[in-house]
Design a protein around this ligand. Structure first.
Ligand code: 5AD
Ligand code: FES
Length: 347
């Protein structure tokens, strides 16, 4: 049986992956197996990452993204270092031990500025991990951020297929460079997160299988996936949304392929369906990334239409999420939630 085989070998042939991804007949068995594997490695723990969206200026023009530079309707903002530290203070009091600084590719945030912010957070909250998610930079910049105390980096590869990549991105962006960034980050010693959008325009099952093969090579510590969702001020405004069930199926597949990987139930998953994140947790996801950004800027970090949690206070989000996690049968824990490989290395 396909699911057993995937469970035992952590791999399938391309043909078998295709069969599994293109039908719902295996979904119940997949959920049972994925949940068993997550419980074996992580019990019922769910890790929290406090997301601070600190700038929506972006020099890139990705066709799917609401904060692309051509979107003149977007109202732009940057948080100051004080704003960011205030988010951390609030987050720390709410139990967060990881802060994710995410932003567009904003030239204002030079290496020096980023390093200052990272060091300031590490100094004030030595028990907390700092994750950066600020796009493609030269290797030397990544090294400088690491030396300043950032230990984790999120950079979705978006798609591992060069043709599809070029249909989703402007000509100046290249898949090769993105992959170079991911390997640089790994070599420097970061815990690395990659991932793809599911159901974006032109994507086929073959493309997704290519993503799985790429992830097998890269062996990231975290894999973030979510459905593509259109944004009204982008060229993909009229494109179809990704399919909730395909995202869930992929989460299950990823849990079985990578038993110890950190797998977030993403905001996009919670946006496409009111119980999307809960369904994700039951399919093997073990990380949640609540929004810690100031309420005043939340609606401005609109990557896609109808994004959730843009009107709530941070405390409301964390309570809401703790309840949601409990209702799905799991518990949020207040810890750094390092990748298992790192925890084992420390022992
Ligand atoms: N729909 C879904 N996800 C999106 N992202 C950006 N735009 C969209 C969209 N329209 C995702 C990308 C990016 C992450 C921060 O958000 O995968 O890496
Ligand atoms: Fe933000 Fe529910 S998680 S309001």
């Amino acid at each position: 049986m396909l699911i057993e085989k995937l469970c035992n070998n952590h791999d399938l042939s391309d043909g078998e992956f295709r069969t599994l991804l293109e039908t719902d007949v295996y979904d119940d068995a997949l959920r049972t197996a994925a949940d068993a594997v997550r419980r074996e490695h992580y019990g019922t723990e769910v890790y929290l990452r406090g997301l601070i969206e600190f700038t929506n200026y972006c020099r890139n023009d990705c066709l799917y993204c609401g904060i692309r530079r051509s979107n003149t309707a977007a109202s732009r903002y940057r948080l100051t270092e004080e704003d960011i530290l205030a988010c951390c203070e609030e987050g720390y009091a709410l139990g967060y031990r990881t802060f994710v600084l995410q932003g567009g590719e904003d030239a204002y945030f030079t290496d020096e500025r980023v390093c200052r912010i990272v060091s300031a957070i590490r100094e004030r909250y030595p028990a907390c991990a700092v994750t950066l998610s600020i796009g493609e930079r030269p290797r030397a910049s990544y090294q400088a951020f690491y030396d300043a105390g950032a230990e984790r980096y999120l950079l979705r590869h978006e798609t591992a297929d060069p043709q599809l990549y070029s249909r989703l991105h402007p000509a100046e962006l290249h898949l090769e460079n993105r992959i170079r960034c991911l390997y640089d980050l790994k070599e420097i010693g970061y815990q690395v997160g990659a991932g793809m959008m599911v159901g974006c325009p032109y994507q086929t099952t073959e493309h997704l299988i290519r993503d799985l093969r790429f992830l097998q090579e890269l062996q990231p510590d975290m894999i973030g996936i979510g459905p593509f969702l259109p944004h009204k001020d982008t060229p993909f405004r009229d494109a179809e949304k990704g399919d909730l069930y395909l995202v869930l199926r992929l989460l299950g597949v990823l849990r079985l392929m990578f038993p110890e990987v950190l797998l977030p139930a993403t905001t996009a998953l919670g946006t496409i369906h009111p119980l999307g994140r809960e369904m994700g947790l039951k399919m093997g996801a073990n990380v949640i990334m609540p929004n810690l950004s100031p309420v005043s800027v939340r609606k401005k970090y609109m990557l896609y239409d109808d994004k959730i949690c843009t009107g709530e206070e941070s405390a409301q989000c964390v309570n809401c999420l703790a309840n949601r996690v409990n209702s799905a049968g799991y518990q949020v824990v207040s810890s750094r939630g390092d990748a298992l490989r790192c925890r084992k290395a420390e022992k």
